[in-house]
Unconditional design. Structure first.
Length: 699
């Protein structure tokens, strides 16, 4: 975020009683920051708030009463320490005058920078920029703390409302976190898990009904590294009844793969057990009835003395038939009740354990989604906040706006209703921009969906492209999404790009759509504008700097996806698993791959190899990073193609500044097909367009 963007959100408050000082500072800072000029400390104290970014005081402003400023600073939240820059006068006693000026500030002023006048504008601008950056980090910390509190709150709600008892215990078997349902099931929150823990009110039974010792309980087994441990518990209630529960546990590992505790899940299976007992009693009663009927039949046989052995076999078959029919009817009802009792959480956890134990990770995400839909939704906002936080690198490339709009037409037509007429109004000059095509498509689709929702009874949706000539170079290329919907009231129009602001009903919008489009435009060095008239319609414009047209790619899809011909690839990756997978893929494609864990090892490999056709390196490496490594190797072998791989690297967010000649960047996670296509393209392009000679080397 640039200083100009920061200034839109924070204010630079200035107190300079001398009019000449105030005017000088307004001219110096007016174009860079949002200013608040105050006559005295009382006015400043009343205006202090969450939007105050920095305070700039002249020594003369402290001649009055500073108690109001002391109180205002003392009311700041714990995370806030507003930087104060004090301009002191140098009367020939530099150190003493500075200390006297510093003492005039209230005690609650923590972050203070004292500058002696006279000083240059550059020095003052530098000091303000440094203090401003420190203040921005405070705001970032506040936002992160708020996000963490929100996340913990959602997880607490999830834990308290999940329909099973859940407990997390430490390495000694002590309960650390448990939900209300667990504590309801378990008096005191303790189930025997270690040899030292005993409770006479609990009896652990195995599948054969034998009593289990404490060290055989799931918690104890999980702490010893066993997965999938499960035991049925019979708990004696105060009224003499029994309550049955099923407990399963899994071990929890730290980053060093050592066991740090265990997670236990408890499910009430009392109805299931009672149904089993009822079935057992029914079988016993049925057996008694069958025996009584058999006795009656035997008595009849004795009386008649004419029954044959075949009649006896028929009676036996009848007895078994009646028994199996009754058992089948009861078993069907029990199976139905049992399936209703089992929750998706337990089933999904057990399936995940089984598949992980077999080394099969298929459908793991689907089972996790089934375990709890609330967790799935939380995962989805984070991703969207991450996208909103604009921390993902943009893959900016030259592209034709008209071509992109035409390619999107079918998707847009399917997105809007049949009552909405879609029209393309494209600029005749075929304007080009340098932007991330995927992000731009998502932005246009987001705006089209908003337009569709604004026209529930139908209307017209237009996608218009045009060039706006400005006083600065380059000109702006605007993509306008125009609807004839209900429009946006003026009071709402100023808030629509704020994060989480939405006018849609609960559950139909997160309030991140327009804010994400706004963030994309800002990150692409452009802007977003919205014009709306209630009852007439809305026009949303994404304006990006114009880019010169480029020639169409001369490589066919077959050339891009072609296998290697033994070209030498130097692969640098510090993550062992990623390095192994990428090496295997490249070797399968027919390349000769030399791997290295860091920059130093990569340089050793480079000097040993006869030639290198392509360098593939992670950006974040221990010691020398990937960008530095590429510069060193390109000095030894000019025009060597370099492909950077990155999951997140702040320096690589703006690829225009990060990438040099013959360099491209691929963002993790990526598909193996994407890696193969990019490698093939980079190996082909130097020979076709740059006159690249793979054998050209220095040193």
């Amino acid at each position: 975020m640039t200083v100009e963007q920061q200034a839109q959100a924070r204010t630079l408050s200035i107190v300079a009683p001398f009019k000449g000082d105030a005017l000088s500072m307004e001219r110096l800072f007016g174009e860079r920051y949002s200013l608040q000029i105050h006559q005295d400390l009382s006015s400043l104290s009343a205006a202090l708030g969450s939007g105050t970014g920095l305070i700039l005081l002249t020594e003369e402003s402290l001649l009055g009463d500073a108690s109001a400023l002391d109180e205002a600073l003392g009311r700041q939240p714990s995370w806030s320490d507003i930087p104060i820059i004090l301009l002191a006068s140098n009367n020939g006693r530099s150190g003493r005058d500075t200390e006297i000026a510093r003492r005039r500030l209230p005690r609650s002023a923590g972050y203070v920078v004292v500058l002696e006048r006279p000083l240059s504008s550059a020095s003052l601008l530098s000091a303000v920029a440094a203090a401003w950056g420190s203040r921005e980090r405070q705001f970032e910390m506040r936002d992160r703390l708020a996000e963490l509190a929100e996340e913990r709150g959602r997880m607490r709600i999830l834990l308290e409302n999940v329909p099973v008892g859940i407990c997390f215990m430490d390495g000694e078997g002590r309960s650390v976190i448990s939900n209300p349902l667990y504590r309801h099931y378990v008096p005191g929150g303790i189930i025997p898990s270690m040899q030292s823990e005993t409770d006479s009110s609990w009896v652990g039974l195995d599948a054969d009904g034998r009593k289990l010792e404490p060290h055989m309980f799931p918690g104890a087994k999980a702490l010893r590294g066993e997965s999938g441990a499960r035991v049925d518990f019979c708990h004696s209630l105060e009224d003499g009844d029994e309550s049955w529960m099923r407990v399963s546990a899994v071990p929890l590992y730290g980053n060093d793969r050592k066991i740090i505790g265990a997670a236990a899940v408890i499910v009430d299976i009392n109805e299931e057990k009672q149904a089993e007992l009822s079935l057992r009693r029914f079988n016993e009663e049925l057996e008694t009835q069958v025996q009584a009927r058999t006795q009656a039949l035997n008595a009849a046989i004795e009386q008649l003395k004419t029954e044959s052995d075949e009649r006896a076999r028929a009676e036996e078959q009848l007895r078994q038939s009646l028994k199996m029919e009754a058992v089948g009817q009861l078993t069907g009802g029990i199976a139905h009740d049992f399936n209703n009792m089992l929750t998706g959480v337990i089933s999904a956890l057990e399936l995940i354990k089984m598949r992980m134990a077999k080394g099969n990770t298929d459908d793991v995400l689907r089972f996790m989604d089934a375990a709890n839909s609330s967790a799935q939704r939380a995962a989805s906002l984070t991703q969207r906040l991450l996208a909103f936080s604009r921390r993902q690198p943009l893959d900016a490339k030259p592209l034709s706006i008209n071509h992109l709009a035409v390619a999107l037409k079918d998707l847009l037509q399917r997105t809007v209703s049949e009552q909405i007429a879609l029209k393309l109004d494209l600029c005749e000059d075929d304007p080009w921009v340098n932007a991330d095509a995927n992000q731009l498509e998502n932005a246009i689709l987001n705006l089209a969906i908003n337009a569709r929702d604004a026209m529930p009874d139908g209307g017209e949706l237009s996608i218009r492209t045009r060039i706006v000539n400005t006083q600065v170079t380059p000109a702006l290329v605007c993509v306008e999404v125009i609807d004839t919907g209900c429009g946006i009231p003026e009071a709402v129009l100023t808030k629509v790009t704020e994060p989480f602001f939405t006018t849609k009903p609960i559950g139909q919008g997160t309030g991140l759509g327009l804010s994400m489009v706004f963030g994309f435009a800002q990150q692409s060095n452009g802007r977003l504008s919205i014009d709306s008239v209630p009852g007439v319609g809305t026009t949303v414009s994404i304006c990006l700097p114009e880019h010169p047209k480029v020639e169409t790619d001369s490589l066919s899809p077959q050339q891009r996806a072609a296998s290697g011909r033994g070209q030498a690839v130097l692969l640098v990756e510090d993550d062992e698993s990623v390095r192994l997978i990428n090496q295997e893929v490249l070797e399968e494609l027919g390349y000769q791959v030399c791997v290295a864990r860091d920059g130093e090892e990569a340089l050793e490999c480079f000097h040993k190899l006869e030639h290198v056709d392509l360098l593939i390196t992670d950006v974040g490496l221990p010691g020398m990073n990937g960008r530095q490594l590429a510069e060193v190797i390109q000095q030894l072998q000019p025009r060597l193609p370099v492909l950077f791989l990155t999951g997140y690297a702040e320096s690589a967010m703006d690829q225009t500044d990060f990438l040099g000649p013959y360099m491209q960047l691929l963002t993790k996670p990526f598909t193996l097909d994407a890696l193969a296509s990019r490698v093939a393209t980079m190996l082909a392009y130097p020979a076709l367009h740059s006159g690249y000679d793979a054998d050209t080397r220095m040193g």
